[in-house]
Structure formats: C-alpha cells, structure tokens
Ligand binder design. Structure first.
Ligand SMILES: [Ca+2]
Ligand SMILES: [Ca+2]
Ligand SMILES: [Ca+2]
Ligand SMILES: [Ca+2]
Length: 290
C-alpha cells in the first residue's frame, strides 16, 4: 500500500471491535487490536502506518483501549488527524463513538468537525474528553490527537489534474541562472485539468542545483508556480555556490534538474515528471528536440 498511496491521496484508517490490553492506567505499550487469529500491537500498527505517505491521513480508533493505539501515532503532522473512543485503560461501550462518528460523516466533511460531532453525540462520553479520565461503567473518554480540520476524503467533484508530457526546454549559454517563467513550462507541458481552466505546477523534488521562486528556496511538495510567476534554477557553477563540491553539468545535454506535478489549486496529478532543459552551449543545436 505504501507504494500506491501518495500525496494526492486521502488515506482513511478505521478500526472497530475489538481491542485488548490492561485496565491499569499505569500500564502502556500493551494495547492490541484483536483480529480473527492474531493480535496487532500498538507499535506494529504505528510502524505500518508510518510507511504510508498520503496527502492526508485520518485514523479513527473505536475499540476498547483505543487511546493506546492512537498514542503511538503521536505527534501528528499538520496533514494527519487521529481520534479514539477511549483512553488507553478503559473499554469502549457498544458502538457509542463509532456510530456517532459515522453519523458525523453524513453531516461534516472535515476531521475536527466530525470528531467533535462524534464526541458530542456519543452517549457514553459523559465525563469529558480523554486521553485521561476516570474509568467507569458505561463511561468512555473520546479524544483527538490534534484539532486540525482538513477534508477527510478527497473532493469527488474535483477531477485530478493530468500531466502527460513535458517537452524539452532549450536554454542557451550562459546557464548559471536559468529563468523559467510559468508560461514557458506550461507551453512545454501537456497538462490540463478536466474541470478547471488551467493547471499550475507544484515542484516535487530538486535534483541538481538550487531552485528559487523569487528570493525563496523552493520547498518540494509545497511550492507552486502559476501565471506571472517564475522559477530560477541556479546550477553548480553559479558564483553563489562557492566550493561546495558539486560538479557543473556538462553542456549540450538534457538536464533533469527538478520534477513537477500539475496542480489545480486543490490537488495534484498522479504523475510527476522532470522538466527537461537542454543546455545549449553554442546556441546551434537543432530546434526540434523532443
Ligand atoms: Ca495517487
Ligand atoms: Ca494501556
Ligand atoms: Ca500505546
Ligand atoms: Ca480539478
């Protein structure tokens, strides 16, 4: 699954009956998720989930001692949300939190909103939120690991942008600093959005040199470039490099210095590809280069 889920995906993990562990509030690390034949312990689950890198991850744990599964996932990043029906030393009752969460999904789209609906509609959550609290019969303490509030599921009304191809862009000497306006990249790319007027590009990785947007270093996975904006690629021979040991790229070769995905303002294309730049030393290479 880690090979299939990537940054334009929303990953939703749901666990339900049963969970096991100790009812002693001082015991930690003993919590398990009970399967048909085997148990999954809290460390293994956290390890497996940490190998998945979606754009957004939501985990919901509704079984007994579920807070003990959630605590291993902390601290969460800003694109992750997790909640549990109980603390790590108490039972969950019936489908109090689980049913309330499902109902919340019918009314809200975002993580904290759905959690809050579930907490306030869980008939057993009468003694405040966790992760602490005093255990009691028919009492549970739901809690969320963060209050971040993003969309749990992708917006099904928004089609993914498409990126089919990026043709080679030619750049003639000097190439210490290669200036790439959005319009040049867009002109070289076969990229479009099925339900929008145009695509932007999000930089996914920088393989050679330094890439700037304005005065700022590009942040892979975050920085986008759109109409009226431009990227500047500084190659290793640029004066600002000093003696950092990087080798200048050879001339008359296609350089794949950075990769992009198409971006529609909400999500990105499944495909990522390099922006190929031909470093044309003499300015005499043939025009038609694919
Ligand atoms: Ca994907
Ligand atoms: Ca425990
Ligand atoms: Ca634990
Ligand atoms: Ca779209």
């Amino acid at each position: 699954m880690a090979n299939q889920v990537d940054s334009d995906d929303h990953f939703f993990f749901w666990s339900f009956d049963h969970g096991g562990g100790s009812l002693d509030s001082g015991t930690t690390g003993e919590e398990v998720l009970c399967g048909w034949h085997d148990e999954i312990n809290d460390e293994d689950l956290a390890d497996w989930l940490s190998q998945i890198h979606p754009g957004y991850m939501t985990t919901v744990h509704t079984q007994c001692l579920s807070g003990g599964m959630l605590d291993n996932l902390m601290p969460l990043s800003s694109n992750e949300h997790g909640c549990a029906a109980t603390n790590h030393y108490e039972s969950s009752y019936g489908d109090g939190f689980a049913a309330a969460y499902r109902q919340g999904l019918l009314n809200f789209t975002n993580t904290h909103d759905v959690y809050w609906y579930a907490y306030t509609h869980d008939g057993y959550a009468t003694d405040g939120q966790g992760p602490g609290g005093t255990p009691g019969y028919h009492i549970e303490h739901p809690w969320e690991a963060t209050s971040t509030n993003f969309r749990i599921f992708d917006d099904k009304d928004n089609g993914l942008p498409i990126l089919e191809k990026i043709r080679t862009i030619r750049w003639v000497w000097p190439w210490e600093e290669i200036i790439l306006p959005y319009e040049i990249i867009q002109g070289a790319a076969d990229g479009w959005d099925p339900d929008g007027p145009q695509v932007l590009f999000r930089i996914e990785s920088v393989e050679v040199g330094r890439l700037f947007k304005g005065d700022m270093d590009v942040i892979p996975g975050v920085t986008t470039v759109g109409p009226g904006e431009q990227l500047v690629l500084e190659l290793p021979m640029a004066p600002s490099y000093g003696a950092n040991g990087e080798t200048p790229p050879p001339p008359d070769q296609v350089l794949k210095a950075f990769t992009v995905r198409a971006y529609d303002g909400a999500t990105v294309s499944d495909r990522r590809m390099p922006v190929p730049i031909l470093l044309d030393e003499a300015g005499q290479l043939p025009d038609a280069v694919e």
